[in-house]
Design a protein around this ligand. Structure first.
Ligand code: MN
Length: 359
């Protein structure tokens, strides 16, 4: 039986990696290097990156494109709570030749740098980047846990000292990536118990950082999206420009589809997370038109529904253009797909994927 023991933490998700980890650490600990994450960096990705900086103090931090609202909030909170400032620039501005990639082993631009390390907890895909040292476990509920375990292992070897704030931000990443423990095997909860004890802060405080209160704009949009949604059995002949629908089959609500206006600064992923939490529907799909693509964000009740499967199988998302986890995924679609076609795929997809007899 699994048992939680204070201080005698043994690694859950990096079992058997100690020797390779030590080699990796010794080889690169004094080197200038760059760290980057998946696109549209979230809290887990950003926490993973700042934990790498504890391991490699000379590391510089980079995002691929944008950082979501909760991740930005986390960095502000870290400054307030610990007086620590972490600066993230765009990877294309980086000069370092060595690169560590966290929270993705695909869908990241490496700008021809030498990938010396990968920490990742995604399901392997065909487009994987190869790294000199790879620390991967798709069973890890948050990528930050992999880096956290690596730090704990190095500390247990007397190679570095892990500051207390590391446990706190790792706990926040775990709450964030599991959607407040909607996903989680026994290891998730054992890790969380250790992190809470080491952090010394109450769960409620950390949860609030992982899921910050909404901005005024996102609140306005949430109220509008819900208050005005049409209940539909099938796509109306004339699709209205506002497009806020609750898809219903035989009177049972299956899912919500909503479009974010082009001029809005809210992010699809932030809105879909909040709508999922508020409505508790099996699936929530949010989309918007960006300059170069349709952006689609999906949240599902998992198990049994898998947001990545939905994007791949029902919306026919190309593999390199979508990613994420079973409960939370996002994808990009070509603007050559007419909006009517995209909406049709989403509505038909929801009707086919969500099985009414399972509700
Ligand atoms: Mn993650």
């Amino acid at each position: 039986m699994l048992k939680y023991q204070k201080a005698s933490f043994s690694s859950f998700y990096l079992k058997g990696s100690l020797e390779r980890l030590k080699e990796f650490y010794e080889k690169y600990k004094d080197k200038e290097l760059a760290v980057t994450t998946h696109k549209n960096a979230d809290t887990d990705a950003i926490v993973s990156a700042i934990l790498i900086k504890v391991m490699f103090p000379k590391a510089k931090l980079y995002i691929q494109d944008i950082m979501n609202y909760p991740a930005q909030y986390l960095l502000k909170w870290v400054k307030k709570a610990f007086n620590l400032v972490f600066e993230f620039k765009k990877l294309q501005e980086s000069k370092e030749e060595l690169l560590i990639v966290v929270d993705t082993s695909g869908n990241a631009n490496c700008f021809n740098k030498k990938v010396i390390g990968i920490f990742d907890h995604h399901e392997p895909k065909g487009t994987n980047i190869k790294g000199e040292y790879e620390f991967k476990n798709s069973k890890a509920p948050a990528n930050a846990l992999l880096v956290w375990e690596a730090l704990i292992l190095l500390e247990s070897e007397g190679l570095l000292k892990v500051p207390k704030w590391v446990h706190t931000v790792s706990a926040i990443a775990l709450i964030s990536d599991t959607a407040r423990f909607e996903r989680g095997d026994p290891g998730t909860f054992i890790s969380m118990a250790s992190l809470l004890e080491l952090s010394g802060r109450p769960y409620g405080e950390l949860r609030q950082v992982a899921f910050p209160h909404p901005s005024r704009e996102s609140l306005e949009w949430l109220i509008e999206a819900l208050g005005d949604a049409l209940l539909i059995e099938s796509i109306p002949e004339k699709v209205e420009p506002r497009k806020r629908y609750i898809i219903v089959k035989n009177g049972t609500p299956l899912g919500l589809l909503t479009k974010i206006p082009e001029n809005s600064s809210v992010r699809a992923g932030d809105i879909s997370s909040n709508l999922k939490q508020l409505t508790n529907l099996p699936i929530v799909v949010v989309y918007r038109k960006l300059e170069t693509e349709w952006r689609v964000s999906v949240r599902t009740s998992n198990p049994p529904y898998d947001a990545v499967t939905f994007l791949n199988d029902y919306l026919k998302c190309e593999q390199t253009k979508c990613g994420g986890h079973p409960g939370a995924s996002g994808g990009s679609f070509s603007l050559e797909i007419p909006e009517e076609e995209l909406v049709k795929r989403i509505v038909e997809g929801i009707k086919n994927y969500i099985k009414i007899e399972e509700l």
